[in-house]
Design a protein around this ligand. Sequence first.
Ligand code: SF4
Length: 337
Amino acid sequence: MSSKALLGMTLAELQEVVTNLGLPKFTASQIAGWLYQKRVTSIDEMTNISLKGREALSKEYVVGRSKPVKESRSKDGTVKYLFEIEENKFVESVYIPEEDRATLCISSQIGCQMGCEFCATGKQGFKGNLTSGQILNQILETERFDTLTNIVYMGMGEPLNNTDEVLKSIEIVTGNYGMAWSPKRVTLSTVGILPGLKRFLDESKCNLAISLHFPYSEMRAAYMPAEKAYPLNEVITLVKQYDWSGQRRISFEYTMFNGVNDSVADAERLAKLIKGIMCRVNLIPYHTIPDVKLLPSKAETMNEFVRILEKHNITATIRRSRGQDIEAACGMLNAKA
Ligand code: SF4
């Protein structure tokens, strides 16, 4: 029988493990501390657990950490990590240092089912979901873990197409027994899978980024098949039911394609769509990928877009591209070994 991973288990699940092994209940929080705060990689290192307890654990379990199989470093300091999940199935995470913060962009699935026309991950198809342990492993393995200030679920995959495991990982990242991060430092990005989105909004306090990209339903459906199942208007209606005036933030991601979604009318339409929501719009320069005819918008067009949104009192910023030389920028992740 192969050993099961402890990494990725919530406190309640660890309590079940220790109860089944006949160990004292408090052992569960000790294990959580070793896994998520002291970041040990073996059960042997859990030295405040009795030797007998560690032996019992080791018979059925392992910690479940795994090192990246490859690292690529950009000239701008961005680091891309490649993890092998199963034989020939890979995911990537990206470490992005900036002056005042360091963000880790993590993956939630191997490939993606959403099939967005402009995305290298979408082009690759879907090869499976990550477990919460495999999601957390990306965070814990970051070589500059101690410098991390933000975690974004914006890597490969649609997180809310893997809601159970993603929410479990968020519970562990933000829970006091786990990594105890403030939910203000965690952002989940989604195309707007409604059932998962509702659960995420109800069950966590983390920030939300909606991958909007197109302000009209028909236009969005042409490039993002998810629009057909979860239309823009319904996504906006749902997020409007939540309070965004406090610490929790919402942003709309808008990748700009030359001559497709970057006109004055598109900007006006976007402003109208999100009117009344305390939000920010992140305008993302498109990075061309092979076999896709879309082209990036011109810099002056993007600046004009910002001006129109600002006229409507919407904060808009143009996201700086990072890690383009190592294919780590938005929409470029394809986990090539
Ligand atoms: Fe999936 Fe996001 Fe790429 Fe769309 S943009 S295919 S949701 S990874």
